[in-house]
Design a protein around this ligand. Structure first.
Ligand SMILES: Nc1ncnc2c1ncn2[C@@H]1O[C@H](COP(=O)(O)OP(=O)(O)O)[C@@H](O)[C@H]1O
Ligand SMILES: [Mg+2]
Length: 256
């Protein structure tokens, strides 16, 4: 399933991201072990797993900022990190990255200008993350959660084809969290591909597809409904634990 002809990759490939046999070392440790996964175009894929399992490392590999030991990462038919992909792939890191001495509005306007976006598009991006009331605040006058949302607005205003969001809803209040997921769904309906990580398992219900990770291995790639059906558990946290219990770990099943 993960192998396609060149023609497929260019035209009909349903995958925005295709990862094959990816191995990554950080320091002396191997943190991703021959991982293969794919992300469908125009969908929300949740990358879920406990802290330290390799979510950020996998995302860095997709945006091309991670040195990989072996394997391939193909994004929109091109090798990850290709120059052409820079404008097409948006990445919001786990720790907020905004200019502390600029206002929210100026931060987002700056990125808007880079991508030729209008004033109203800048306002829309700020509205989408619920920061309209704080648009005139400086970056360093914001709380941690507000800084995360400001970073997200900077990525949204670019309107990339793929959005890679590393734990964007961590530390947000429940109402805001729901609103953000609604916005992500609206983006996916317009054709944007979203890969969203979380260590909170109940975020799974917002996603169409799940990549479940543990200790640098992909445990499963399935839909939330399939996860519930295969584990016979309604609660995602319990389903994840059941998956770990019932499935032999890839390492033991005869991997690297
Ligand atoms: N800069 C680094 N140098 C060495 N090891 C790292 C570095 N960053 C992360 N790691 C290790 O890589 C593994 C995966 O980390 P990470 O991808 O950040 O996981 P997650 O995002 O799921 O919490 C962890 O064991 C972590 O300790
Ligand atoms: Mg992380």
């Amino acid at each position: 399933m993960s192998k396609h002809s060149t023609a497929d990759v260019i035209s009909r490939d349903p995958f925005a991201i295709d990862i094959a046999d990816l191995t990554v070392r950080r320091g002396k440790r191997e943190v991703l072990h021959r991982l293969s996964a794919s992300v469908e175009k125009g969908s929300i894929t949740g990358l879920l797993g406990p802290s330290g399992c390799g979510k950020t490392t996998l995302m860095r590999s997709i945006v091309g900022t991670q040195i990989v030991a072996s394997g391939t990462v193909t994004v929109l038919g091109q090798p990850a990190g290709s120059k052409d992909l820079r404008r097409r792939v948006g990445y919001v890191t786990q720790s907020p990255s905004i200019y502390p001495d600029l206002t929210v509005a100026d931060n987002v306007s700056y990125f808007g200008a880079l991508y030729g976006r209008s004033k109203s598009e800048v306002a829309d991006a700020i509205e989408a993350v619920g920061l309209t009331g704080h648009a005139k605040n400086l970056g360093d006058q914001l709380s941690g959660g507000q800084q995360t949302r400001a970073s997200l607005a900077c990525a949204l205003v670019a309107k990339p084809e793929i959005l890679i969001l590393d734990e964007p809803t961590v530390g947000l209040d429940p109402v805001l969290r729901v609103e953000l997921w609604e916005h992500f769904h609206a983006l996916a309906e317009q054709g944007t591909t979203l890969l969203v990580s979380s260590h909170v398992m109940d975020e799974a219900e917002h996603c169409e597809k799940l990549l479940l990770m543990r200790d640098g291995y992909l445990l499963a790639q399935l839909s939330p409904a399939e996860l519930r059906a295969t584990t016979n558990r309604q609660n995602t946290e319990e389903a994840f634990l059941e998956l770990i219990r019932t499935h032999a770990e890839p390492a033991l099943a005869g991997g690297a």
